[in-house]
Design a protein around this ligand. Structure first.
Ligand code: SAM
Ligand code: DTB
Ligand code: SF4
Length: 327
C-alpha cells in the first residue's frame, strides 16, 4: 500500500479488520492532489463493489415536524419558525402504499423517518407493523426515529428492521455549535445500542453547515474509527431551509464535496457511501464525480423527507449517460 495512512506494523489482527486511523492519516488524504485521491478511491471502490452499480433507497416522512430538538439545520424542529406543517404518525396503510410505489420506482430499501427525539412506547407496535409490511414486499427496511433504548432497539430488530439511521452529523468539536438538546455522546450511545441489537448501522452527517476543514476531518475520522464502521454512511450536503439557524449557510463547493466522498470511500472500503441530501443542488458533473469517487447509494424520488430531490426523469437521464445501474 502506498502512503502512510494505516500503520500496518503496529496494527493487531483485530485492527486489520477495522483499522484505527489517526487525524494525520486523514489530513494526508485531504492533502493529496485531486486526481491521485480519486484514482485511489476508485481502485478501492472496485476492489470491494461492482464498479457501475448504485443502491437506491426511498425516504418517507412517517411523522413530520413539531420536533422538540434544536438541530440547527432542520426545518422540522418546533424551535424554529419554518412554516412547516406538523403531522401525526402516518397511518400504516399509507406507509405501505408509499413503500409499494417506492418499489415500483426501483427502490430496494425503504427508509422511514420521524421527527422525534425518541419513539414513544405507545408507537412501537405500529412501527413494528410498518416494518413487517414493508419487508413482506421484499424491500429492505430502514428507520430513523431519534434516540433508542436497549429495549426499543431489540424490538425493532426483532420486527425485522434491517438498518437504523442515526447520524453523528458533524465532528465532535463542531457538534455543540449545531445541536444543544442532545450530546454527541448521546448519539454514540444510541449507535452502540443499535449495534448490540444486531441491526445494521447507517450513520453519517451533513457538510456545508459552516464547519472548518478540521471539522470535516474530525467527522470522517469519528465514522471511520467506529469498530466496525457503519455499514451505510450517508453524506448529506446541507439543504438550507428558511427559518433555521443554518438557513443562510454557504454551499460547499463541488470539488470539496467530492473529496469528502473519496476520503469516506478510502477510510471505509466496504461501507455503502450514500450521496444523500443535496443532489437537487448539484450538477450532473459533480454527481458523476461523486460516483467516480466511490459513492454507491442514493435516495431516489422527488422528495427526501421534506425537501426536494431530483425525481425519476432527471435521474434516469443521468444514470443512462453514466452507464450506472440502480439496484
Ligand atoms: N429525528 C431523527 C434524528 O434526528 O435522528 C430522524 C430524522 S433526521 C431528519 C435524520 C437526519 O437527516 C439528520 O440527522 C440529518 O443528518 C439529516 N438532515 C436533516 N435535515 C437536513 C437538511 N436540511 N439538510 C441535510 N440533511 C439533513
Ligand atoms: C440521512 O442522512 N439523510 C436522510 C436520512 N438520513 C433520513 C434525510 C435527509 C433529509 C433532508 C432534509 C429533508 O428533506 O427534510
Ligand atoms: Fe428533530 Fe431529527 Fe430534525 Fe433534529 S434532525 S430537529 S431530531 S427531526
Amino acid at each position: 500500500m502506498d502512503g502512510n495512512w494505516v500503520d500496518n506494523d503496529t496494527t493487531t489482527q483485530l485492527d486489520k479488520a477495522s483499522p484505527r486511523h489517526t487525524r494525520q492519516d486523514v489530513e494526508n488524504l485531504f492533502a493529496l492532489p485531486f486526481g491521485d485521491l480519486l484514482f485511489r478511491a476508485q481502485n478501492i471502490h472496485r476492489e470491494n463493489f461492482a464498479a457501475n452499480q448504485v443502491q437506491a433507497s426511498r425516504l418517507s416522512s412517517i411523522k413530520t415536524g413539531g420536533c422538540p430538538e434544536d438541530c440547527g439545520y432542520c426545518n422540522q424542529s418546533a424551535k424554529f419558525d419554518t412554516g412547516l406543517k406538523a403531522s401525526k404518525l402516518m397511518d400504516t396503510q399509507q406507509v405501505l402504499s408509499e413503500a409499494r410505489t417506492a418499489k415500483a420506482e426501483g427502490a430496494s430499501r425503504f427508509c422511514m423517518g420521524a421527527a422525534w427525539r425518541e419513539p414513544k412506547e405507545r408507537d412501537m407496535a405500529q412501527l413494528c407493523d410498518m416494518i413487517k409490511g414493508v419487508k413482506d414486499m421484499g424491500l429492505e427496511t430502514c428507520m430513523t426515529l431519534g434516540m433508542l433504548s436497549d429495549d426499543q432497539a431489540s424490538t425493532l430488530a426483532d420486527a425485522g428492521l434491517d438498518y437504523y439511521n442515526h447520524n453523528i452529523d458533524t465532528s465532535p468539536d463542531y457538534y455543540p455549535k449545531v445541536i444543544t438538546t442532545r450530546t454527541f455522546q448521546d448519539r454514540i450511545d444510541t449507535l452502540d445500542r443499535v449495534r448490540q441489537s444486531g441491526m445494521k448501522v447507517c450513520c453519517g452527517g451533513i457538510v456545508g453547515m459552516g464547519e472548518e476543514a478540521q471539522d470535516r476531518i474530525g467527522f470522517l475520522l469519528a465514522l471511520a474509527n467506529m469498530a466496525p464502521p457503519p455499514e451505510s454512511v450517508p453524506i448529506n450536503a446541507l439543504m438550507p431551509t428558511k427559518g433555521t439557524p443554518l438557513g443562510q449557510s454557504k454551499t460547499i463547493g463541488g470539488i470539496e464535496f467530492v473529496r469528502l466522498i473519496a476520503i469516506a470511500r478510502i477510510l471505509m472500503p466496504t461501507s455503502f457511501v450514500r450521496l444523500s441530501a443535496g443532489r437537487e443542488n448539484m450538477s450532473d458533473e459533480t454527481q458523476a464525480l461523486c460516483f467516480l469517487a466511490g459513492a454507491n447509494s442514493i435516495f431516489i424520488g422527488d422528495r427526501l423527507l421534506t425537501t426536494d430531490n431530483p425525481g425519476q426523469d432527471k435521474d434516469s437521464a443521468l444514470f443512462e449517460q453514466l452507464g450506472i445501474d440502480l439496484i
